[in-house]
Design a protein around this ligand. Structure first.
Ligand SMILES: C[S@@+](CC[C@H](N)C(=O)[O-])C[C@H]1O[C@@H](n2cnc3c(N)ncnc32)[C@H](O)[C@@H]1O
Length: 323
């Protein structure tokens, strides 16, 4: 993963990113990271089961699809992307373009019918709409800090037929997710799909993907993530579940944020196994930098998805609040 043989087109993220990534990822994953940065990204659909079944989509889409690790996930070749976007199924909200890693977050939360759930950082709504399809009945609060992105969120929820359902009360809220700490123990489950440095989605075709990245930005972002995860824990009922997700490789934003929450909420939350098949995932790190190491339950239960031919870089952890 050197910079001696640059890819054919585009610029590359800063050297400091590569220096860190070499320490974060095992050597066996360095070439895969470079390939993920430079080769066309895989195209994954999620079948919106509020509108159609995977079988219906596969038989009507008109382009070859490969099944993914769960029934709603279908892979199509990048050259068929625009045909998919033009298809009536897309217009009808039956399919949604969503990376495989992103598709793992809602099943990791495992929402149940009739529950009260909040998605703390929701726009543009990929995971909120997935949560809706899994729970079907109950209350789903989709919160987003940015007004502009809230509009996009509403549009996606309308497009995917999530809003306006009699059995599902969907409420879009615009504001800082941290204020949910005031909704003490109100929700059965909370998803924190945190704003992050996005290292798992860097790509040469999209220099904006790393624009603004710096080691300092990673630190600042980790502090915001910490506040969001603490608010999520405060807002969860005893016995409830919190999922913490990012699309970055940065340990400060992943293991570091979990370690601080486990310390602050010692005896109140614990990590538990992720109920999703993540075949290429790595255990979370046990140590980063000069610190004294992360609590062992983090490596045991949290998972890093390294960037690869099918998956974007991602991090997922599931916490349970004590009864
Ligand atoms: C990783 S994206 C979420 C993607 C979304 N969950 C999805 O699957 O479509 C993070 C989002 O958090 C929002 N955000 C940033 N800071 C926030 C905060 N303090 N409270 C709530 N949302 C925040 C960002 O504007 C961004 O839309």
């Amino acid at each position: 993963m050197g910079r001696s043989a640059p890819p054919p087109a585009g610029d590359l993220p800063p050297d400091a990113f590569f220096e860190r990534a070499r320490r974060v990822l095992p050597v066996s994953h360095h070439d895969a990271l470079m390939a993920a940065l430079t080769e066309p990204r895989p195209v994954w659909l999620r079948v919106n089961t509020l509108v159609a079944t995977p079988q219906e989509v596969r038989s009507s889409l008109g382009v070859p699809t490969e099944p993914g690790p769960w029934p709603e996930a279908l892979r199509v070749e990048p050259e068929h992307r625009s045909a998919v976007l033009r298809h009536d199924l897309y217009g009808a909200g039956a399919i949604y373009l969503q990376s495989l890693s992103s598709q793992a977050a809602a099943p990791a939360l495992d929402p149940q019918p009739g529950e009260e759930i909040v998605d703390l950082c929701a726009a543009p709504g990929s995971k909120t709409s997935h949560l809706a399809a899994l729970m079907r009945t109950g209350t789903l609060v989709a919160n987003e800090v940015s007004k502009g992105r809230s509009h996009k969120l509403r549009a996606v929820l309308a497009q995917l037929r999530v809003s306006g359902r009699e059995s599902l009360d969907v409420r879009v809220r615009t504001g800082d997710g941290v204020r949910f700490r005031g909704h003490r123990e109100c929700f059965d489950r909370v998803l924190v799909d945190a704003p992050c440095s996005g290292e798992g989605r860097f790509h040469v075709g999209d220099p904006r993907s790393w624009g603004g990245w710096s080691p300092r930005k990673v630190k600042v972002t980790a502090s915001k993530q910490k506040a969001l995860l603490h608010a999520a824990i405060d807002a969860t009922r005893p016995g409830g579940v919190i999922v913490y997700a990012t699309c970055t490789l940065a340990p400060e934003e992943n293991e570091g944020v979990l370690a601080r929450a486990l310390k602050r909420y010692d005896g109140v939350v614990h990590l538990e196994p992720l109920p999703v098949p993540l075949e290429t995932a790595l255990p979370a790190l046990t140590q980063w930098g000069a610190g004294k190491g992360f609590p062992p339950s983090i490596a045991e239960h949290a998972r890093r998805i390294p960037p690869g031919p099918a998956w974007d870089g991602f991090f997922l952890a599931r916490l349970r609040k004590a009864e």
